[in-house]
Design a protein around this ligand. Structure first.
Ligand code: PLP
Length: 356
């Protein structure tokens, strides 16, 4: 029997569309390390234009995009970066900025909405000329949307304010914009305006945009020149990379316009989850394509057990703690998939409670 599959683990699980595959098959390519791949060149120029920055660079992953960005801004030994304690760079990137780059992380508490208190950011900046024992702050990192805070959007006003503080103290601002297009669409702010205050942004192509591989970093020409050298050092430069850029280009053209719909379906799923007895979603936190939902204590069901039962029915979700689960939507999840997933979740809960 074929089980209908609804994969809600992440927006990284999308499969390249037929149009993407065709674009990959016919992409005009050359050796990008020698600087001659025309498709990579066109794609990077378009990304720089859309993001309102001078230049762009394709990199294999979001993790490498963040790592390169932090290391370029913190190239002087003894540098410190201020970043959220719940940020992707701090929690999920193997501590690469320290282990590979020798950069010291100074964490500031992330609020539930993904921001850090401005006063706490300012208090964390260290560069007193007479204190020779502190690392020197050189960079602030924001994350938009903030994944671990449930895909919440960071406003343009907040970003501008952090940018002003960075400038006042001679620091750089990097945005982990893995899902910056989701934020732009949800906030109704053009993406270039949203990141205007940033010196660099890394954007994932393999999440909501649906490309199979890659991220892009954008910034000034000088920043990108240094980033290119570092990408080579890290083994992230690739030869006929236009094959991947061709898919990303299609994602940019075809899928940014679908994000609003993804957000609508996410709200629909969140509403449905909230109606299931024993589950709870904080609706205020559902702004884009990510939902964190909780199993209420008295229900006596563990997230991992619910995940297992659902998997048998083809619905894939991601447990994040004993009683908390994350689901993420993307353009290959239909409204009918949302209804099917809700029915399966309701049935799985009844089954786990022993209700026939
Ligand atoms: C906010 C955020 N930043 C960076 C990354 C890293 O991207 P990649 O998995 O391509 O390394 C992710 C991946 O999930 C992410 O959610």
């Amino acid at each position: 029997m074929v089980v209908r599959r609804v994969d809600l683990r992440s927006d990284t699980v999308t499969k390249p569309t037929e149009v993407m595959r065709a674009a990959m098959a016919t992409a005009e390519v050359d050796d990008d390390i020698l600087g001659h791949d025309p498709t990579a060149f066109r794609f990077e120029a378009e990304m720089a234009r859309i993001m309102g920055k001078e230049a762009a660079l394709f990199v294999p992953s979001g993790t490498m995009g963040n790592l390169i960005s932090v290391l370029v801004h913190c190239e002087i030994r003894g540098s410190e970066v201020i970043l959220g304690d719940n940020s992707h760079i701090h929690v999920y990137e193997n501590g690469g900025i320290s282990t590979l780059g020798g950069v010291h992380p100074r964490t500031v508490k992330n609020n539930a909405d993904g921001t850090m208190d401005i006063a706490l950011i300012e208090a964390a900046i260290r560069n007193p000329p007479d204190a020779i024992y502190y690392p020197t702050t050189r960079l602030i990192c924001l994350e938009n949307t903030h994944a671990n805070c449930g895909g919440r959007c960071i406003s343009v006003e907040y970003t501008d304010r952090v940018g002003e503080i960075a400038k006042q103290h001679g620091l750089k601002l990097h945005i982990d914009g893995a899902r910056i297009f989701n934020a732009s669409v949800a906030l109704g702010v053009p993406v270039h305006r949203l990141v205007e205050a940033a010196d660099s942004v890394s954007v994932c192509l393999s999440k909501g945009l649906g490309a199979p591989v890659g991220s892009v970093i954008v910034g000034s020409k000088g920043f990108i020149a240094k980033a290119k050298r570092l990408r080579k050092t890290l083994g992230g430069s690739m030869r006929q990379v236009g094959v991947l850029c061709a898919a990303a280009y299609v994602g940019l053209q075809d899928n940014v316009g679908k994000l609003a719909d993804d957000h609508k379906k996410t709200k629909m799923l969140a509403d449905g989850l909230n109606l299931i007895k024993g589950l709870k979603v904080n609706m205020a936190s559902v702004e884009t394509n990510i939902i964190f939902f909780d199993i209420m204590e008295g229900v006596n069901i563990l997230a991992r057990n619910l995940t297992k039962v659902l998997e048998e029915h083809g619905v894939l979700i991601m447990p994040v703690s004993k009683l908390s689960i994350r689901v993420v939507l993307h353009h290959q999840i239909s409204e009918s998939d949302v209804h099917h997933a809700l029915t399966c979740i309701q049935q799985a809960i009844l089954k786990l409670q022993g209700v026939k």
